[in-house]
Design a protein around this ligand. Structure first.
Ligand code: ASP
Length: 441
């Protein structure tokens, strides 16, 4: 197996996992077998990735900033990143809106299907939980996100994976101060974080050795936990529109890579594919982040000074796939339930889906919570929200897998573009997990 590239090993693991899942669906007690004996492998893998996310962001961002030598460079990287993130998200939402308005997937949904989906899912704890979560998020004031970004206790921030923006803030603050204390005082701390960074990247390599087994487990579990196949078929047209839009978005990224960074798009896909496949298997850009960082730095040649900022920020606030999905889903629900949307409503969707994608957590299913806020922004009646979400709930997991893959690809593309614009895109030097194995044998 050693000669096979990592992405092939992961793909084989995924295919075997799906096949095994389908076989287990036919076997009595197959679902329970997977839950008891197979699922833990995937869960442990995701836990390991989450385990190293905070140390990696901290070490890599501090190293990235302290290597800059010129603070104004950091402002320029930050500004470019935010502008490009907003532009790509607006393009993603526009692609979604154009597709859903021209193909009208909501008009073909029969009243019986709506009744069946409503009966099955409207009172489901999953749907009700999303509406309740959206209510909590909406109650906040406009500048709450700024307030929430600033930690008042460094150790609390570092001890909670959900506080990723606080970790980024702390790392930036530390990194900038490290630049300002002068070479002599900075050196010990800088060396410490340099070394921590190398060690954590090695941990990524080691964890990735188990990736083919982990995706087998994750996908077998997705197959046995998915809903009634008949209901999935009824939503095939809607799901096709979302997937078609996501596919166009990937093509758009490849054009950007080719035109702006002058790199071969197929090469780009090959290098980033392990991160994409993991995003697909885990449905979480946050869990995938360590792998995205490793691929972008060591396999795409983006300088750490850029990737250490662009990628963690992107995982938290840049979700092109999610915002495209929200645009399609909102209009699809409106079409199916005969709720008229004016042109102004569509523009409102662009704006709220943009903000919603910034506010969505990088975890499975978060896009659907924010969809509630997008629907409410166009005056969708509150009493019909549960019915609206019930319409799309059955296919949410497979679509979540696809949109997460786009979210991660978007972050990697933007990091390459920013690196190119800053003159920080190099020929990659990839490291293997066993580069120094001989020395310790
Ligand atoms: N699962 C997505 C992510 O982690 C967010 C979503 O669309 O639900 O990027």
């Amino acid at each position: 197996m050693k000669s096979l590239a990592l992405h092939w090993k992961i793909l084989i693991g995924m295919l075997l996992g799906v096949t095994f899942g389908f076989i287990m669906l036919e076997v009595q007690g197959g679902g329970d077998f997977i839950a008891s004996w197979i699922k833990p492998i995937g869960t442990i893998f995701v836990k390991l990735l989450k385990l190293i996310a905070v140390p990696l962001i901290l070490a890599s961002l501090i190293k990235g900033i302290s290597d800059l030598k010129d603070i104004s460079k950091f402002a320029s990287i930050g500004l470019k990143t935010i502008i490009i993130y907003v532009l790509t998200t607006v393009i993603a939402i526009s692609i979604g809106l154009i597709l859903v308005n021209t193909l009208n997937p909501g008009e073909g949904v029969s009243t019986e299907t709506i009744a069946k989906l409503t009966e099955t899912y409207a009172n489901d704890s999953g749907v009700q939980g999303k509406i309740a979560e959206a209510g909590r998020q909406q109650a906040s004031r406009p500048l709450d996100f700024l307030e929430a970004m600033v930690p008042d206790n460094a150790f609390l921030a570092l001890s909670n994976n959900k506080l990723m923006l606080q970790v980024i803030f702390l790392a930036m603050f530390l990194g900038i101060s490290l630049l300002l204390v002068g070479e002599k005082s900075a050196k010990p701390l800088k060396d410490f974080f340099d070394s921590l960074n190398d060690v954590v990247l090695k941990m990524v390599d080691l964890i990735m050795l188990t990736a083919p087994f982990a995706v087998f487990s994750l996908l077998a579990n997705v197959v046995v936990s998915s809903g009634d196949p008949e209901l999935l078929y009824a939503l095939l047209f809607y799901a096709g529109v979302v997937v078609g839009g996501l596919f166009l978005m990937i093509c758009f990224y490849l054009v950007l890579v080719s035109v702006i960074t002058k790199r071969n798009p197929i090469w780009f896909l090959k290098q980033i594919s392990p991160a994409q496949l993991l995003a697909f298997s885990t449905s979480s850009s946050a869990a995938t982040l360590p792998v995205t960082m490793e691929r972008v730095e060591e396999h795409l040649g983006v300088d750490k000074e850029v990737s250490s900022f662009v990628l963690p920020v992107g995982a938290t606030i840049n979700m092109d796939g999610t915002s495209l999905y929200q645009a399609v889903a909102a209009v699809f629900i409106a079409q199916a339930l005969n709720f008229d949307l004016t042109f102004a409503d569509q523009l409102t969707i662009v704006l709220t889906a943009l903000l919603a994608s910034i506010g969505s957590a990088a975890v499975p299913g978060a896009g659907m919570v924010m969809l509630v806020i997008v629907l409410e922004s166009v005056g969708f009646p509150a009493d019909k929200l549960a019915i609206g979400l019930a319409l799309i709930f059955a296919v949410d997991r497979p679509l979540d897998m696809c949109r997460t893959m786009v979210n991660v690809t978007g972050d990697a593309t933007v990091s390459m573009i920013v690196a190119k614009l800053e003159g920080k895109l190099h020929t990659p030097k990839s490291k293997e997990w066993d580069d120094h194995l001989e020395e310790v044998k």
